[in-house]
Write a protein that binds this ligand. Structure first.
Ligand SMILES: Cc1ncc(COP(=O)(O)O)c(C=O)c1O
Length: 344
């Protein structure tokens, strides 16, 4: 299997700045504040670049992952359209917990479909938010199919899924809009230090977060960093799709990077990533866990999905020539998106 892809051309994207709506909505939520952007000089020295920053999403609106940014805005929009609806979703963990939390916030019911490989402790956290859990005898893709079917079966149910397919794009678009709050914060935090990003590494499951990153950084004006997609080697659907030039589903297996355990890309993410000049790499569980430990030693709480970005940049740069393929120089600024906190 391919473990590295390098896309050279990057076209502009249609504008998708954080809508005043999503950003304003997040700012109105109790407990909202920008998450920290932590500088890691030791990692910069190791990688041979100017500066390395890690966007630390270990505490986001009271949850230990960035996902609530997308789920909150999408739930709000869905309930504006269908007041009082039961919110339905499928999840590897973080998205479902965020939807369940928002359902409680908006005082509506929720049903969350979870794949057979989910750890019982993860399912319990979703249940504790007030959701009804449905175990699916299958993988994440199967859980998504079951959730979509369940939502469509009766009036008064609304699917809030963080991946798009033909005919289902409104909600994933809102989710991508919601994620852009994170990037807006990164830009402001870097601007306050008089700098901007040259490379942004993003952990990838279905590719919606990566879509937000590429949309944000492929505007006609503004910073235009290279984007590195990082996936588990057991679920590298974006890498495989970019390498083969068409959206490709891959079989998946259990991984410590549970939130990235997705075998099929979002159809909305595909053209954006294909045309966005994205580089992609796959990492092993061992590489991700080593990054978790290294970050913990540096005082950053990062789970395997979040730390995967450090593992990914390391894997990308381990091979001679890739430093230059990524357009990096020794003074450049690398931003690693650490999308979840360390698991307890
Ligand atoms: C912690 C974490 N990081 C990254 C991702 C990847 O996001 P996407 O599925 O939009 O690619 C997920 C998805 O659930 C996640 O939970």
């Amino acid at each position: 299997m391919t473990s590295w892809f390098y896309g050279s051309d990057a076209r502009d994207c249609s504008p998708a700045e954080p809508t005043a709506g999503a950003l304003g909505f997040h700012r109105s939520l109790p407990g909202y504040e920008p998450t920290p952007l932590v500088e890691l000089p030791d990692v910069a020295a190791e990688l041979g670049v100017g500066r390395v920053f890690m966007k630390d999403e270990s505490q986001r609106l009271g949850l230990p992952a960035f996902k609530v940014l997308g789920a909150s805005w999408a739930c709000r929009q869905v309930l504006e359209r269908s007041p009082g609806a039961r919110l339905v979703t499928a999840t590897d963990g973080n998205h479902g917990r965020a939807v369940a939390r928002m359902a409680s916030h908006f005082r509506v019911a929720s049903t969350v479909f979870v794949p057979a490989v989910m750890l019982p402790a993860t399912a319990r956290k979703i249940e504790d938010e007030g959701a009804d859990i449905v175990w699916v005898d299958g993988d994440y893709d199967e859980a998504v199919r079951r959730a979509a079917y369940f939502a469509a079966k009766e009036d008064g149910r609304e699917l809030v899924q963080d991946t798009a397919w033909e005919g289902y794009t409104d909600v994933p678009d809102w989710i991508v809009e919601g994620y852009q709050t994170l990037l807006h914060e990164v830009d402001e935090q870097l601007a306050a230090l008089d700098t901007s990003a040259n490379l942004v590494a993003v952990p990838v499951g279905v590719g919606s977060l990566a879509e937000a990153v590429v949309r944000h950084y492929r505007q006609p004006t503004g910073p235009r960093p290279r984007v590195l997609s990082v996936e588990p080697d057991t679920a590298a659907c974006v890498l495989e799709s970019l390498a083969t030039g068409r959206p490709t589903t891959v079989p998946t297996d259990a991984t410590v990077m549970a939130g990235l355990n997705c075998g099929t890309m979002s159809t909305s993410a595909w053209p954006v990533l294909r045309d966005g000049g994205v580089a992609a790499v796959a990492v092993t569980d061992e590489e991700a866990l080593r990054a978790v430990d290294d970050l913990a030693r540096l005082g950053v709480s990062s789970g395997p999905c979040g730390a995967a970005t450090l593992a990914g940049v390391r894997a990308a740069l381990a091979v001679p020539g890739r430093f230059f393929s990524l357009g990096l120089s020794s003074v450049d600024v690398v931003v690693l998106l650490s999308t979840e906190g360390a698991h307890p």
